[in-house]
Design a protein around this ligand. Structure first.
Ligand code: NI
Ligand code: MN
Length: 230
């Protein structure tokens, strides 16, 4: 089964799997990398990697308008129910290392080395990434993280598409992102979480050339809003 991946911009992504729309880390309002209005976004599921506002800014209004099921760590799941008015049946809590078969595929939360404080100062648990299995396709969204050696274990599962940050400062920069590709050994990679602000400006084309010179991975440098089908 094919999967359509769209980089909306910064750390916000969309997947289309068997007619289901999956939104990851909804950040539209004040996101310098996209003009998409949060009022027009469609979603059947919303995946939340961590509590930082550049990942959940528009989460609650989009969830309330669309009725999309929200998948997040247990702490963020609890916060959404206790303080943000989402009904329990709309929220699915998981945690790192744990996977669950949702309607569109199997979602496992992965390690991420980062923070996860929520905008109101609440504790947001540990940050995560997502390993999504859809029939014969595997997509690893590293989300906001530094490099870590256990990425190799996720790579052992056979990754078709690896979506990773290269911006530096808040996450892996280009050198560590190249090491990450070598650990994960995906068929394809998409760099994200760069150029949204001056502090994370990077030359993604130059990074792609390095990756393709040193590995067998094909890099797709997408513009914000750009898609690939794997
Ligand atoms: Ni973050
Ligand atoms: Mn971020």
């Amino acid at each position: 089964m094919s999967v359509k991946y769209t980089w909306i911009g910064h750390g916000t992504h969309a997947l289309e799997i068997a007619g289901k729309k999956i939104l990851v880390d909804p950040f539209f309002t004040n996101n310098p990398a996209t003009n998409v209005s949060p009022d027009s976004v469609e979603a059947d599921f919303i995946l939340v990697s961590h509590g930082h506002s550049d990942h959940i800014a528009d989460l609650v209004p989009i969830a309330k308008r669309t009725g999309a099921k929200v998948i997040a760590n247990a702490e963020i799941s609890g916060w959404l129910q206790r303080t943000q008015g989402l009904p329990a049946e709309q929220v699915h809590g998981q945690h790192i290392g744990g996977g669950y078969w949702h309607e569109f595929g199997y979602v496992k939360l992965t390690i991420a080395h980062h923070g996860s404080g929520l905008p109101d100062g609440s504790y947001g648990g540990n940050p995560a990434g997502f390993l999504i299995t859809v029939e014969d396709r595997k997509i690893y969204l590293a989300c906001d993280t530094g490099l870590f050696g256990d990425m190799k274990l996720y790579g052992d599962e056979g990754i078709d598409l690896f979506v990773l940050p290269i911006g530096d400062n808040f996450t892996m920069g280009p050198d560590d992102a190249l090491k990450a590709v070598k650990l994960v050994r995906p068929k394809a990679a998409v760099p994200t979480h760069y150029n949204s602000w001056p502090v994370i400006e990077q030359d993604a084309e130059a990074w792609a050339r390095r990756v393709e010179a040193e590995t067998d991975t094909k890099v797709y440098v997408l513009p914000p809003g750009g898609s690939i089908v794997i």
